[in-house]
Design a binder for this molecule. Structure first.
Ligand code: HEM
Length: 411
């Protein structure tokens, strides 16, 4: 196998169930550039961490489009301005600060924590809903509906509208995947652009309501934001709401599903969690290292020439930061291929790092801790029906498409 095919083998669907041997191969060339105009692929922990903090590295959608990225940049600047995920400082920082003041300290210190009780009853309701079934698809019955319900509640989006916005979210998420993105396929990009515009229009209706009648939700706080950074414009509110709605559920679904899969492959840890729900804190951190839902950050460009390990990455070049490869880098972690929630050092790149590090991390952590500890406690004798399970196509947001579990009862 020639090295020139490594990136393609990673994005190829055939490697989705276990990309880790390919990441190991990738780390042998820490700065891999396979073809003219293609991305520079970075796979070691310390290099990724450094680049995520480097002001010479841009997330700006306009730079990405100029660097020849086909799907993401075009789809994510359609109809609405780019969200703060696709902006550099200082614009990024202003919008993130305003959104942050609606999401946590110092203005809304208990916004996430206050949802704990509500989240726990959603979890209980979903597990009770398994009823007399002794075999379920965990994705369909639990891992998808739970974070969707929570982000809808947090934002103030009616839960019953989920089938509508799902049809817009799916094509947008597909553009994040370099494996399925087709530069020549204008129809693919146009579908995603239309989806973003439709989602923006749908949210505009809700924003208009909140402008007249504020509620206790994030949309209302974004609309009525005041403070040193000034208010967000209507368009900024909409692109922030689109970002939060998508980021707020697509990733957490995969963390919960990857989590249950990993626990069923490590029954000793599952048993310990059953006896001690507090262990869920360590388990979730180790999962973010061992099976991170965001495997690759493929949307970065260099604002100037940047040298990494003696290789000069030229100004304007695209970078792929392979978080999942960095998370198993033996230069950084002892025995990196072992799932070990007892590690002294539970660091990871699962939420990224630097100015764009995950905004929703406190929420995602709490949701997954609650989900896994309750599933462990309540499912009697759970077993995987199929291992490995079938995976979603996406190489960037990686996770099982379905996870069939059999169990003998509910506690
Ligand atoms: C397990 C679940 C999650 C994972 C693994 C995850 C992972 C990530 C990663 C890796 C990034 C960095 C992207 C980059 O550097 O380009 C990120 C950014 C972000 N995440 Fe999450 N995320 C999760 C859940 C959430 C949730 C629940 C929300 C919203 C409530 C959220 C909102 C965001 C936002 C808004 C950003 C952009 C931050 C910025 O550009 O400053 N995420 N996330």
């Amino acid at each position: 196998m020639t090295q020139a095919s490594l990136v393609r083998r990673i994005t190829d669907f055939a490697s989705r169930a276990d990309p880790y041997p390919l990441y190991e191969e990738l780390r042998r060339t820490p700065v891999l550039h396979e073809e003219e105009g293609g991305p520079y692929v970075i796979s070691s922990y310390y290099d990724i961490e450094g680049l995520l903090h480097d002001p010479r590295i841009s997330s700006d959608a306009a730079n990405l489009a100029a660097a020849g990225d086909d799907g993401t940049a075009q789809a994510e600047s359609a109809g609405l301005p780019p969200s703060f995920l696709r902006l550099d400082p200082p614009e990024h920082d202003r919008l993130r600060r305003i959104a942050g003041s609606a999401f946590g300290p110092p203005h809304r210190p208990r916004r996430v924590e206050n949802l704990r009780g509500e989240m726990a009853s959603v979890v209980t309701g979903l597990i009770d809903g398994f009823g007399d079934a002794r075999r379920i698809d965990l994705v369909d019955r639990f891992a998808y509906p739970f974070p969707v319900t929570v982000i809808c509640r947090l934002l103030g989006v009616p839960r019953e509208d989920e089938p509508r916005f799902r049809s817009w979210v799916d094509p947008l998420v597909a553009t994040l995947d370099p494996g399925t993105r087709r530069s020549a396929d204008a129809a693919f990009v146009r579908t995603a652009q239309e989806a973003r515009t439709q989602l923006g229009m749908y949210l505009a209706g809700l924003v208009e309501q909140r402008t007249r009648e504020p509620q206790d939700d994030l949309l209302s706080d974004l609309v009525h934001s005041q403070g040193p950074d000034g208010p967000m414009t209507m368009m900024e509110v909409l692109s922030t709401a689109v970002l939060l709605l998508i980021a707020g559920h697509e990733t957490t679904v995969n963390l919960i599903t990857n989590g249950m899969l990993t626990l069923l492959r490590h029954p000793d840890v599952l048993q310990r969690l059953r006896e001690d729900p507090g262990l869920s804190v360590r388990i979730v951190e180790e999962l973010l290292r061992y099976e991170p839902p965001v495997q690759i950050v493929p949307q970065r460009t260099c604002l100037t020439d940047v040298e990494v390990r003696g290789v000069t990455i030229p100004k304007g070049a695209r970078l792929w930061l392979v978080l999942a490869a960095g998370n198993r880098d033996p230069e950084r972690f002892t025995d990196p291929g072992r799932f070990d929630p007892d590690r002294e050092d539970l660091q990871h790149l699962g939420f990224g790092s630097g100015v764009h590090s995950c905004f929703g991390a406190p929420l995602a952590r709490l949701e997954t801790q609650l989900a896994l500890s309750e599933l462990a406690r309540r499912l009697v004798d759970p077993r995987l029906v199929e291992d490995p399970p079938p995976y979603r196509a996406n190489a960037v947001l990686r996770g099982p498409r379905r996870l069939d579990l059999a169990f003998t009862g509910l506690r």
